[in-house]
Design a protein. Sequence first.
Length: 233
Amino acid sequence: MPLTRSAARPGLPRRSTDFVVLLIALFALTGCITVPVGGGTPTASQGPTAAPGYVDRLKATPVGQATEGAMTTELPQFVTDSRNIACVFTASKAGNLNQPWEPNNFADSAIAPAPSIPVVNCQMVQYPQVNDADQADNCAGTNVGYLGGTAVLYPDKAIYGSCRAGVTAVEAAFGPQGAVSQEMASVPVLAPGIAMEAQGYRCAPLDDGVACANLASGIGFFIAAQKYEIFGP
């Protein structure tokens, strides 16, 4: 009897069937897996905020009047409540300060033609020494006698320290062996949190010291018993 081909399709081998089932299971598992997504690129607001500098802090400090002192002074000036720092808004001619607390050559006829430059001059009782890089004068070529304890702010620069022999006028008045002169007794106290402004400069007691700056240029200084800083563009 002749053999006839069956119309039924032969079944898949068992090994092939197992492979197909495995592939289906893998696709199913892949569909269930989720990949964590990061939080995106950090923005500036997520990091720590830098502390404002002295210029910004001075801009935010309200300008007021000195709070103590019965006598009115000719030049705007103040002393801190600790009596460690006193500042005066004054002028300089040919390097000579119009300093009301001590003898000076500002009125000498020899320098009369020199331009008068508005400055702020501060003096201290206790003060840090000057860094070598900040020494602004060779003291008549001797390189001796450049001491800390004074600061001067000009329109275009700030200087800490000066050539001198002996103590500052503020130390002579308010230091451990000091005797308050009539000039120093008339200097009013400027309370913390209040600024004094004159001649385009602003000063205020900050951080147990005093900061002064030309707000337009950003040039200024901070002075305190343990440290000082010269800042600017």
